[in-house]
Design a protein around this ligand. Structure first.
Ligand code: E4P
Length: 215
């Protein structure tokens, strides 16, 4: 299972990269806006920190505009994955990109039917939003299970990038469902390290050792 950070914050990305378990990064227009920096500049800066896939989302909503923007983004660095929304224009652009060899992340996926469209259009990854489905009163994790099953049935090459993960348990459940990638906020990735028994155990080990050898 690959781990991505869902952030455009450079400090968070530097820390994640220093842990040696960071496989990539996803951004979206809201995350970039939060940083208050120019989009392409920030994408370039991220390529210098993250050694792995970096999703950069187009702002155009028509296929022609998406293709123009996406080609420019893809030219920034070999690790850029062009992110397009799961609309008719997005799927059209995805088909064209995949024929050109440009990798696409089809985002804003909320149903298994939409995920099938992304796979048929040759998407490199599809992003189903677990947390937002939960927020709307449905079962986000079931969405991940359904997509993993359908992709397996047809040996689709598109990978499932579980997005909008809000808790450590979301990450674990996605792993059990077979999602290829989980993208998560920094806090969730940091939370994966934590267990009170680890802290207590380490404290005890050091206490015992120091007691025996400090004299
Ligand atoms: C995915 O690529 C999105 O950036 C993200 O996971 C959305 O998460 P949110 O629902 O917490 O905003």
């Amino acid at each position: 299972m690959r781990f991505f950070l869902d952030t455009a914050n450079l400090e968070e990305l530097k820390i994640g990269a220093s842990w040696g378990i960071l496989d990539g990064c996803t951004t979206n227009p809201s995350l970039i806006a939060k940083e208050g920096v120019k989009f392409e500049d920030r994408v370039r800066q991220i390529t210098e920190i993250v050694d792995g896939d970096i999703s950069a989302e187009v702002l155009a909503t028509d296929a022609k505009g998406m293709l123009e923007e996406g080609r420019k983004l893809a030219a920034i660095h070999k690790n850029i994955v062009v992110k397009v929304p799961l609309t008719k224009d997005g799927i059209q652009a995805c088909s064209a990109f995949s024929k050109e060899g440009i990798r696409v992340n089809v985002t804003l996926c909320f149903s298994p039917g939409q995920a099938i469209l992304a796979a048929k259009a040759g998407a490199y990854v599809v992003s189903p939003f677990v947390g937002r489905v939960d927020d709307s009163g449905w079962d986000g994790m079931q969405l991940i299970r359904d997509i993993c099953l359908i992709y397996k049935n047809y040996a689709f090459k598109t990978q499932v990038l579980a997005a909008s993960l809000r808790t450590v348990n979301h990450v674990i459940e996605c792993g059990k469902a077979g999602a290829h990638i989980g993208t998560m906020p920094f806090k969730v990735m940091e939370g994966l390290f934590s267990h009170p028994l680890t802290d207590r155990g380490l404290e005890q080990f050091l206490k015992d050792y120091n007691k025996a050898f400090s004299k």
